[in-house]
Design a binder for this molecule. Structure first.
Ligand code: LMR
Ligand code: SF4
Length: 514
């Protein structure tokens, strides 16, 4: 097992940087279904470019490299203690090399361990089997989509769908509702794994395990096969679309499994995974520890960006789409001219700030002048070179709704004019944007290489004590493109899509599986 640690490193690197072929194909099918020039099509082509860039740069597809979760099957007698040590060492090394973001945070103190090792991280599950080889599967599921996981306890009453009973039709309703409630927050279009039954813990576990099934497999259970097909067809009628921008494709895959349950319990657990569906696996030689083969077809065989239509070309592609190049800092007048649907391309300084920074700024001063500034909800992957200079390795947006309790106050207090993130924000922020003359731009979630490429320099950093993802990075950008989804006139694309999709959801109220 001399090479086991190196094999684990390669598995981590491959999973983080090279999206597998089955996932790529699902995204290509989505691209074919969206009309050229629409927001959904533009986002999908940015996603396609990003996938290729990640593979070429051997850098993370998305900056949130998630909770590394290893599922291992090994023969009786294999040394699990040694394997665990090797996995932990490979995780730390991959973090140091910028293949993983330092993502392990002390829940009480907020301290980032810096190497992805800590209580409960990484997650490693062992199971013994009869075969004479080792199989290791890895999933890197990010926090934004993890936040959209949901567990239902039947019977229940569901928004838009009414009563969901303890039967196949009740399960159907829960799954549709799960897709609806995720909206664009978890970087749709997504994949869902569903666990029927079990208890609260094993139900979620089963749901997550479904995500290891190949996208194109067929469920051997006839009832579940029918349900999967039904969900794929109907969830895509909700109109949520890529990034929640509206569109034909909301769901890219649905896999359902069932466990027995207790008479009193009936759980339906849904694991929501973003389009950046990073999972791979390897078969390992028990003697040498070397990789024998990959368990999922590797991404390199499916080329993504043949239908290239970068976001910057939006003004040409979409007849009515307007495009604005803004040099930061900006004025109120520049912001007031923007409307939902416009494409904005930013040049100049930009500051990152996410959960810890927002909480801090509410009661403290800011070390930089944010007047007219662009504030980017982003926790990048950063590497420091030998000369002490920082480099951005991956830098897509994070889910903005988490900052809803703070954003309006921060706009007012510091004079921020551009907020950039993904998934949109709520009514309080919308009102503040209108009152103070600011705008919300939706960047393409998961497009971490695409955005890293627009960052030309790192000018400085504050709050590094919050950890790398939570620090305030001072960036210099050129060609940073995003879409206005909340303007300074009280319009929100997110509110519109949410309302519209709720109406569409209620079409599926009547029983189907009786
Ligand atoms: O933590 C991040 O950078 C992103 C997160 O996965 C999210 O989707 O909000
Ligand atoms: S930012 Fe989006 S693509 Fe990245 S992990 Fe979060 S949900 Fe997934």
């Amino acid at each position: 097992m001399r090479y086991f640690e190196e094999s684990m490193y390669r598995l981590i690197e491959e999973t983080s940087t090279n999206l597998p072929a089955d996932v790529r194909r699902a995204l290509k099918r989505a691209q074919e279904m969206e009309d050229a020039g629409t927001r959904a099509a533009l986002s999908l082509s940015t996603i396609a470019d990003n996938i290729e860039m990640a593979e070429t740069n051997v850098s993370p597809i998305c900056q949130d490299t998630g909770m590394p979760t290893f599922i291992i099957k090994c023969p009786v007698g294999a040394n699990q203690i040694e394997m665990k040590k090797a996995i932990r060492s490979a995780v730390a090394r991959a973090t140091k090399d910028g293949k993983l973001r330092s993502n392990s945070v002390d829940s009480l103190t907020g301290a980032n361990t810096g190497d992805n090792l800590g209580e409960g991280t990484p997650v490693i599950h062992f199971e013994q089997w009869e075969k004479d080889e080792i199989e290791v599967r890895l999933i890197l599921k990010g926090g934004g989509c993890e936040n959209k996981n949901i567990q239902y306890s039947l019977p229940t009453e569901l928004e838009g769908l009414g009563r969901a009973g303890r039967d196949l039709d009740g399960i159907r309703k829960c799954i549709l509702h799960a897709v609806y409630q995720a909206q664009g927050h978890g970087c749709s279009a997504g994949f869902i794994g569903v666990g029927i039954g079990g208890d609260r813990t094993t139900g979620y576990e089963l749901a997550k395990m479904q995500l290891f099934r190949p996208v194109d497999d067929v469920n051997p259970n006839e009832d579940l096969r029918k349900l999967e097909e039904y969900i794929m067809e109907h969830a895509n009628k909700l109109g949520i679309g890529t990034m929640g921008f509206g569109g034909q494709v909301t769901l890219l895959g649905c896999k359902i499994g069932a466990y027995n349950r207790l008479p009193a319990s009936f759980f339906v657990s849904v694991a929501y995974n973003c389009w950046a569906f990073r999972r791979q696996g390897v078969r390992i030689d028990i003697g040498s520890g070397q990789i024998q083969d990959w368990l999922y077809e590797r991404g390199s065989s499916v080329q993504m960006s043949d239908t290239k239509q970068p976001m910057e070309a939006a003004a040409i592609a979409g007849e009515k789409r307007r495009e604005f190049v803004l040099h930061t800092p900006v004025t109120e007048e520049q912001i007031r001219q923007l409307k939902v649907g416009d494409v904005v391309i930013i040049k100049g300084p930009m500051y990152t700030g996410r959960d810890a920074v927002h909480k801090y700024l509410v009661d403290h001063d800011c070390p930089v002048d944010l007047n007219g500034a662009a504030l980017y909800h982003c926790g990048p992957v950063m590497l420091k070179d030998e000369d002490g200079n920082w480099h951005v390795k991956a830098a897509g947006p994070t889910t903005s709704i988490r900052e809803e309790p703070y954003q309006a106050d921060i706009l007012k207090k510091f004079g921020v004019r551009i907020v950039i993130g993904k998934g949109g924000m709520g009514a309080k922020t919308l009102a503040a944007l209108k009152e103070h003359g600011a705008v919300y731009l939706n960047a393409i979630g998961g497009a971490a290489q695409y955005y890293a490429d627009t960052i030309k320099r790192v000018n400085g950093v504050d709050f590094l004590n919050f950890g790398v993802p939570e620090a305030m990075w001072h960036l210099e950008v050129d060609g940073f493109a995003a879409i206005v989804t909340m303007d300074a006139h009280g319009n929100s694309l997110h509110a519109d899509v949410e309302m519209d999709s709720l109406q569409k959801l209620s079409q599926f109220k009547d029983p189907v599986f009786i």
